[in-house]
Design a protein around this ligand. Structure first.
Ligand SMILES: Cc1cc2nc3c(=O)[nH]c(=O)nc-3n(C[C@H](O)[C@H](O)[C@H](O)COP(=O)(O)OP(=O)(O)OC[C@H]3O[C@@H](n4cnc5c(N)ncnc54)[C@H](O)[C@@H]3O)c2cc1C
Length: 392
């Protein structure tokens, strides 16, 4: 829907085919970083997001045994971005805002309940079939370009037989949302906290509706066991004891992968977002980097359609740059972040704690670190929609 907004706002007709009959209501991602807000501001979405979201300049690295290790402050980026913070807002709110705006645009058609079932593509265009859930009918469509933003289990990626190599973590991640004020239970808790532990690392973060707590579920425990009221209650009491039970608003368990598609384009079809790359949620850059993909490709497609620039050069530049960012930034950083939280070796744990403390004391080092984890570094280095020779 971000890609649709950019294209439509440049006067290009676009149709969104979405398998679900209505906008996805699930919670999922909850963090928007500075460069993503800069992009969303271009399409008028950052304003409504700020009306609902929480502005969070500071976050903490903690250790379950040591306690608070260090606090980092995105305000250090104030001279580089108008949004020097994380905006905490659950993903379904962005989905709802985009859906509302797209519904009012004349050159956008929203086809919800329509699942893509086949696709063929070459440089001249793409032809695909979809099934309409309302009546089960099949239809065929020819499009100049297809942007496949169909998620981690992308049908388009599978239909085009594009390999999706990488790893799956042995543990699953469980995330719950509770209205309990965690800040009253854990001393000096920040709105966003990453907490290392050799047995059960955590992240605890605040969103407008709730606090959200994530922990790993080891192999051997079934999803049903992990999601049972008694298990969730026992875990939360272990994190922050309280006399009353924890009310739960939402819980999700999911497998975590580090995977990047071998190709981000084929013919006139491109992959963006989770269809192209998936990663650990530690650091909150999955959705963010997918939004960057969407803005990058739509700048390029708009140039091809309106200015008749060289399609092959533009699509190749998209693939080169966005695949490189996915591998060198998103995958590398989320893997490092996750390893740091789950480290079992006591010597390495002590080294990690020292490193994270040192970062907080050295403001230049902290600024560089925050540029990296917010994706500002890759955003400024490669730009969005720049020709490949201009992206240094
Ligand atoms: C619990 C959880 C927490 C997360 N937390 C964070 C976070 O804090 N920060 C962050 O940046 N990221 C986070 N993520 C990741 C983030 O949610 C994803 O990166 C993001 O949703 C990817 O967006 P997308 O549009 O690429 O794919 P999706 O959001 O998966 O959307 C794909 C859409 O395609 C539709 N679709 C699928 N197949 C077809 C088809 N054949 N035809 C038509 N439509 C189809 C689906 O119905 C779906 O609506 C989290 C993910 C989870 C599961």
């Amino acid at each position: 829907m971000c890609a649709a907004m950019v294209l439509a706002s440049k006067g290009i007709s676009v149709t969104v085919y979405e398998a679900n009959p209505k906008p996805m209501p699930d919670w999922r991602a909850s963090t928007f970083h500075a460069p993503t807000l800069e992009l969303l501001d271009r399409i008028g979405v950052a304003g409504p997001m700020h009306e609902e979201g929480l502005v969070v300049p500071r976050y903490q690295f903690r250790d379950r045994k040591v306690g608070l290790v260090a606090e980092y402050d995105f305000s250090l980026l104030a001279d580089e971005t108008p949004f020097p913070y994380r905006l905490q807002l659950n993903q379904q709110r962005l989905v709802a805002i985009l859906f509302g705006m797209l519904s009012k645009m004349d050159n956008v058609e929203l086809r919800f309940g329509c699942r893509i079932t086949s696709i063929v593509t070459d440089q001249a265009g793409s032809k695909f079939e979809y099934q309409d859930a309302a009546d089960g009918s099949m239809s065929s469509v020819e499009a100049r370009f297809v942007i496949a933003a169909d998620g981690a289990r992308s049908s388009v990626r599978s239909l085009l037989e594009i390999p999706f190599d990488g790893i799956t973590y042995p543990e699953r991640f469980l995330i719950i949302s509770t209205p309990v004020e965690m800040g009253d239970l854990i001393e000096r808790l920040a709105p966003v906290n990453y907490i290392a532990d050799p047995e059960e690392w955590l992240f605890i973060l605040r969103t407008p509706e709730s606090w959200r707590v994530l922990w790993p579920v080891p192999e051997g425990i079934t999803d049903d066991e992990a999601l049972s009221d008694s298990q969730i209650e026992a875990h939360l009491q272990g994190v922050a004891p309280r006399s009353e039970p924890y009310p739960i608003l939402d819980s999700q368990i999911y497998s975590v992968h580090q995977r990047v598609a071998e190709r981000f384009r084929q013919g006139s079809t491109v992959l963006v977002g989770d269809a192209a790359h998936i990663n650990s949620p530690v650091g909150g850059v999955g959705l963010n980097s997918g939004i960057h993909d969407a803005f990058d490709i739509t700048e390029r497609l708009a140039r091809v359609i309106i200015d008749e620039t060289d399609q092959e050069l533009e699509l190749d530049a998209f693939e080169t740059i966005r695949r490189r960012v996915a591998l060198e930034y998103v995958q590398a950083d989320t893997e490092r972040n996750t390893r740091r939280l789950r480290e079992k070796d006591e010597v390495q744990r002590a080294v990690n704690i020292e490193e994270m403390r040192a970062l907080a004391f050295d403001l230049d080092a902290q600024r560089n670190y925050l540029r990296r984890v917010s994706l500002l570094e890759s955003f400024r280095r490669f730009g969005i929609g720049l020709p490949v020779e201009e992206a240094v």
